[in-house]
Design a protein around this ligand. Structure first.
Ligand code: FRU
Length: 326
C-alpha cells in the first residue's frame, strides 16, 4: 500500500488563464512525480487579489506544510503571506513578489534584469535613435514594476532613444487591441514597442499590421515560451523582433520546496536567467526546446511503464497472499 502523504504543499496561483502558467504547472507536476509522498493542491485566483487572499487563508486553515505563491498584485497579497510566514509555514514566492522580505525563498527571473536587457537591446537595435512605446503588465504586479524600472534604467544610456508613450495593460492581448490604436494615432513617430509579455506583444503587432505600420514599427516581448503559439515561434515568424526569455520555474520551485521540507540546505534567492532571443539565435533555441520536450516525453513514458510494472507486481503479490491463505 502507498504510504500516507507526508507533506502538503499549497500553491496559490494568481491565474491559470495562459500558456505560461500552464507550462509552470506542467513543470511542477513533472517534478512532483518524483515525490509520491507529497500531496499538492493548487488554488487559481483568476487574476483577483481578493480571491487570492481568501484562498491563502483557506490553505492556512487546511494546515499546509509549505506555501508557494505567485502574487497577483504585490500590496494586497503581502499581509496574508506575512501571516503564513509568521506562523512558521515556509513560503516560496514564485515569479510575482509581495512587497515584504518575509518569505523563505524566491524562485523566478530577475525582472529588473529582464527590463535592462530589453532596454539595451532596443538601444542597439535602434542604433541609439528612436521613439519607443512601452506596454506594461498589470499595475501593482511586481514584474511590471521591475521590468519598467530596468527598461528605463538601460535606456538612460541612449539619450537619442525616448520613451514616447506608455500603455498600462493587464498581461492580456485584448486590452492592447482595444487601446493601442488611439495611442499610436497620437504618437505616429513611434519606431518600436516593448511589451511586458509576448501575448501583449502579439496584440501590438496585430494592431500595427491593421494600421499598415508593421513594416515600420518593431515589436519586442517577454517570456519566450516554446510551442506553436509561444514567443519563440513569433520571433521565427518575424512577428516579434525579439523576446526576453522568462522561464516559468515550475520544476525549480518544487525542488526548492523539497529541500526546505526535508531540512536540506537551500538558497533564499533562486534566480532563473534571462536572454535575448532574436533572429540570430531563434533556430538554435527552437531546436533545443524541442529536444528538451522530447526528452521530457521519454521520462513520462518511462514513469508510466514503471507504474504499470508496480501495479502488475502489486496484483501478483495479492494472488500470492490469497494462495498462501488458502
Ligand atoms: C503569465 C504572465 C507572463 C508574465 C508573467 C509575469 O501569467 O503574464 O506572461 O511574464 O505572468 O508575472
Amino acid at each position: 500500500a502507498e504510504p500516507a502523504p507526508t507533506y502538503r504543499i499549497g500553491f496559490s496561483q494568481c491565474t491559470m488563464g495562459d500558456a505560461w502558467r500552464q507550462a509552470m504547472l506542467a513543470g511542477m507536476k513533472k517534478e512532483l512525480s518524483f515525490y509520491p509522498e507529497v500531496s499538492f493542491r493548487m488554488k487559481d485566483a483568476h487574476d483577483d487579489s481578493r480571491l487570492q487572499r481568501q484562498q491563502i487563508r483557506e490553505f492556512l486553515r487546511e494546515k499546509i506544510d509549505l506555501l508557494i505563491v505567485s502574487a497577483n498584485e504585490a500590496e494586497p497579497i503581502t499581509p496574508i503571506v506575512e501571516e503564513a510566514f509568521n506562523r512558521g509555514i515556509p513560503v516560496i514566492i514564485l515569479d510575482r513578489r509581495t512587497t515584504s522580505k518575509l518569505y523563505t525563498a524566491y524562485v523566478g527571473g530577475n525582472n529588473l534584469e529582464v527590463g535592462q536587457a530589453a532596454g539595451n537591446y532596443v538601444g542597439s537595435l535602434l542604433r541609439g535613435r528612436g521613439q519607443v512605446l512601452e506596454v506594461l503588465g498589470a499595475p501593482g504586479a511586481s514584474p511590471a514594476v521591475d521590468r519598467h524600472q530596468g527598461f528605463v534604467q538601460a535606456l538612460a544610456a541612449y539619450p537619442g532613444v525616448q520613451l514616447a508613450a506608455q500603455l498600462h495593460g493587464d498581461w492580456k492581448r485584448p486590452s492592447v487591441i482595444q487601446h493601442l490604436p488611439a495611442l499610436l494615432r497620437r504618437h505616429p513617430e513611434v519606431d518600436l514597442i516593448f511589451a511586458h509579455n509576448d501575448r501583449m506583444a502579439l496584440g501590438a503587432y496585430q494592431v500595427c499590421k491593421q494600421l499598415g505600420l508593421d513594416h515600420r514599427i518593431r515589436v519586442i516581448g517577454v517570456d519566450g515560451l516554446s510551442g506553436p503559439h509561444g514567443g519563440i515561434q513569433f520571433v521565427e515568424d518575424g512577428i516579434l523582433s525579439a523576446t526576453l526569455l522568462y522561464p516559468p520555474g515550475g520544476e525549480e520551485a518544487i525542488r526548492v520546496a523539497m529541500k526546505i521540507l526535508r531540512k536540506e540546505a537551500y538558497a533564499k534567492e533562486n534566480t532563473l536567467s534571462t536572454m535575448v532571443i532574436d533572429s540570430t539565435n531563434v533556430l538554435t533555441m527552437k531546436l533545443q526546446t524541442e529536444k528538451l520536450a522530447g526528452q521530457q516525453q521519454d521520462i513520462q513514458r518511462q514513469q508510466q511503464l514503471l507504474q504499470q510494472q508496480r501495479d502488475t507486481y502489486a496484483s501478483q503479490q495479492t494472488v500470492l497472499y490469497v494462495l498462501a491463505a488458502a
